[in-house]
Design a protein around this ligand. Structure first.
Ligand code: 16G
Length: 256
């Protein structure tokens, strides 16, 4: 039976029509309650196909972004991400940004701990190579949907010298009296690599935004250096542009 089905799948792309039926089931809300797909055995019986065909169909839907595989947890129906408009002129934290939009922020920690800085970190934070920094790499989620990967580095002294247990990095910095008041940010369009794509649950090669942020205290000291990858399908970064004072005076003069 398995062999006969596999050879039929070679002649005609059976796995594609299985993929289409799965998509119809998903669109009809069949797996909506848990979002997680049933096991291979149950699904192959339900669709009356071999497990080999089912696996190819599922792999195709993962490539298309309809399904997402989470290691050790199973295969899930990909939920539509919330769409966020982010002004480029306000220095807010991810937690605050999401709360303002009625979304719940959460994080999955990728790496955290105290280290000696890399040459890049020491240069960007303007500190010596022997000063301890706290490094926190997180997957940031809004209502459970991955939005961004952020790798933040902060000199440990600005966190009171001890590694904080943080939900919000800016809240921790505020607590120790070192919340940044100004930041410089550079945005660049990139094509996302395999490791980041898997975390963000988007297809490898999708466009994303790579953001470098250096944040400063009121006295000019550098408190944070963060490199992030933001999904470009969920974020619109919006900037307000104003005319310089001299150009405004010229144009007002010409109008008189
Ligand atoms: C924002 C910042 C990031 C900062 C984080 C703190 C950008 C591109 N990045 O996501 O630099 O570390 O907020 O958020 O805006 P938290 O206080 O929720 O940890």
């Amino acid at each position: 039976m398995e062999g006969r089905r596999a050879s039929r799948a070679e002649r005609t792309p059976l796995f594609e029509s299985v993929g289409e039926s799965l998509k119809r089931e998903i669109a009809g809300g069949r797996f909506a309650s848990a979002d997680v797909l049933p096991g291979e055995r149950e699904l192959s019986e339900m669709l009356d196909v071999s497990r080999t065909t089912l696996r190819r169909a599922i792999a195709g839907l993962i490539d298309e972004g309809v399904l997402v595989h989470r290691h050790g947890a199973g295969t899930f129906v990909r939920r539509n991400p919330p769409h966020v408009e982010q002004p480029l002129s306000r220095l807010t934290s991810f937690t605050e940004d999401m709360r303002l939009r009625g979304l719940t922020a959460s994080s999955r920690v990728i790496e955290r701990g105290s280290f000696l800085p890399t040459p890049e970190e020491s240069m960007m934070l303007d500190i010596s190579l022997s000063e301890t920094v706290f490094r926190l790499a997180r997957l940031r989620l809004a209502d459970g949907v991955p939005m961004a990967i952020e790798r933040a580095t902060v000199p440990l002294r600005f966190l009171g010298g001890t590694e904080p247990v943080v939900e919000s990095l800016y809240a921790a910095l505020e607590g120790s009296g070192f919340r940044p008041v100004r930041a410089l940010q550079r945005l660049r369009a990139v094509v996302i690599g395999a490791a980041e794509a898997a975390l963000l649950e988007i297809a490898e090669g999708s466009p994303a935004l790579h953001i470098h942020r250096v944040a400063f205290l009121g006295d000019g000291r550098r408190v944070e250096f963060t490199r992030s990858f933001y999904r470009s399908d969920t974020y619109d970064f919006v900037a307000e542009l104003t005319l310089s004072a001299s150009a405004r005076a010229r144009s007002e003069g010409a109008a008189r």
